[in-house]
Design a protein around this ligand. Structure first.
Ligand SMILES: Cc1cc2nc3c(=O)[nH]c(=O)nc-3n(C[C@H](O)[C@H](O)[C@H](O)COP(=O)(O)OP(=O)(O)OC[C@H]3O[C@@H](n4cnc5c(N)ncnc54)[C@H](O)[C@@H]3O)c2cc1C
Length: 368
């Protein structure tokens, strides 16, 4: 019996499990290692943060999917890979070997160190499970120490804007009156989207009273604030950290071929360029040319991954993954509206939020 190890139940991995359930390979033992049986779907996480969805509504049930696929689920986290022995070590102490592996572990964030004093509370936006834990902890601790806390989002991309607007709304509902600021390293928000989408995002932030401070690269946490390289200070009680996706360290430590940022280099069939028995998909993979770190790419990799894993075991030809040229972006502005953007088109309204809600619920429902 050959062994396949799926590490992380990201979006592509969920599709692999779904297709495996429909066409199981009885000569391959499939094991999923995931720190949580529930795998959050990022599109709905800002809606959860704003209080519109329960956490379970936003999640794919990895345990149920694994059971349907006849896979064994191990609730744990991989901490190291021995590529020569094809073995992984888990945080709980177990060692697992496999003939083939799929890495679908997403990305994380790198938060700044503390320079002095009592730092603000920082909520990481990635991994999404860590965001949930931090928010639950915050709610348990009473949300904020003052009625008018300084709420600061760091990162001018979609995740930074959506999470800041969502948390602001949650705090308003809790009777607080946060003063909100969005810090971005660039002077422009939403790099990669068209000018109209960027203007619509600025309008939404302005309507919510969010001050945007561009050209501010956070260097460290200080007493009740954040400091930039040349000394500018931003007061902060609570910080949402959404300053870009960072690679998990252990794949590079294992000697896999990685790009300059530590993401696993893959070929057009989604296999590691250095270790072809290992597939890497979603945020943790580095395609050539590089792709944005967005869930839609992981979703589209799913069917190719499922085909190629089965084909590799059967000795059949593998398919190429061809990324879409542009993607539909639907940004939840936490005011009942969303911004829709694709190519040079952008518009905003309640209709866009209804559209987003239908797409997102439909996506999660496919895995129920
Ligand atoms: C707030 C926010 C909103 C976003 N909204 C959108 C959006 O609307 N549309 C969009 O396209 N993108 C969005 N993104 C980006 C999106 O979240 C990521 O690109 C996407 O989740 C990546 O999917 P993935 O399949 O690579 O992995 P993920 O969905 O991140 O899943 C990785 C899984 O691996 C598990 N894992 C991690 N480490 C280990 C380990 N060591 N061992 C075992 N398991 C592990 C994690 O627990 C997780 O379940 C958003 C991001 C954020 C932060």
């Amino acid at each position: 019996m050959r062994r396949l190890l799926l590490i992380g139940a990201g979006h592509a991995g969920a599709e692999l499990l779904r297709r495996w359930a429909a066409a199981p390979r009885h000569d391959v033992e499939l094991t999923l290692v995931s720190p949580d049986p529930l795998a959050p779907y990022s599109g709905m996480v800002p809606g959860w943060l704003a209080g519109d969805y329960a956490w379970e509504d936003c999640c794919i049930d990895g345990a149920r999917l694994a059971a349907r696929a006849g896979a064994k689920l191990i609730v744990d986290r991989v901490v190291a890979l021995d590529a020569a022995r094809r073995e992984v070590s888990l945080a709980g102490g177990r060692v697992l070997g496999a003939d083939a592996m799929v890495l679908n572990i997403g990305s994380t964030v790198r938060m700044p160190g503390l320079s002095e004093g009592r730092p603000p509370r920082v909520l990481p936006t990635r991994p999404l499970g860590a965001l949930r834990e931090a928010v639950d902890h915050l709610a348990a601790a009473g949300c904020a120490s003052s009625r008018e806390p300084e709420l600061v989002g760091v990162g001018g991309g979609a995740a930074g804007i959506e999470t800041l607007l969502a948390l602001r709304r949650r705090m308003l509902q809790a009777g607080l009156a946060p003063r909100c600021t969005l810090l971005t390293r660039d002077t422009e928000l939403l790099r990669g989207l068209n000018a109209r989408a960027r203007r619509l995002a600025r309008d939404a932030l302005a309507r919510a009273g969010v001050a945007v401070r561009g050209g501010f690269e956070v260097q460290s946490l200080a007493s009740r604030g954040l400091v930039g390289p040349a000394g500018p200070f931003q007061a902060a009680d609570l910080v949402l950290w959404a300053a870009g996706a960072v690679a998990h360290a252990w794949p590079a430590d294992a000697g896999l071929d990685v790009d300059a940022a530590g993401f696993v280099r893959i070929d057009s069939t989604l296999r590691s360029t250095s270790h072809p028995w290992l597939f890497a998909v979603g945020d943790c993979a580095a395609c050539h040319p590089p792709l944005p770190k967005a869930g839609v790419y992981s979703v589209r990799m799913g069917p190719v991954l499922a085909h190629n894993v089965a084909a590799a075991f059967a000795g059949r030809a593998l398919r190429d993954y061809r990324p879409q040229r542009d993607q539909l972006v639907l940004l939840n502005t936490a005011d009942g509206r969303a911004i829709a953007s694709r190519g040079r088109f952008a518009a905003a309204g309640r209709w866009a939020m209804r559209w987003k809600d239908a797409i997102d619920r439909g996506f999660v429902a496919r895995y129920r």
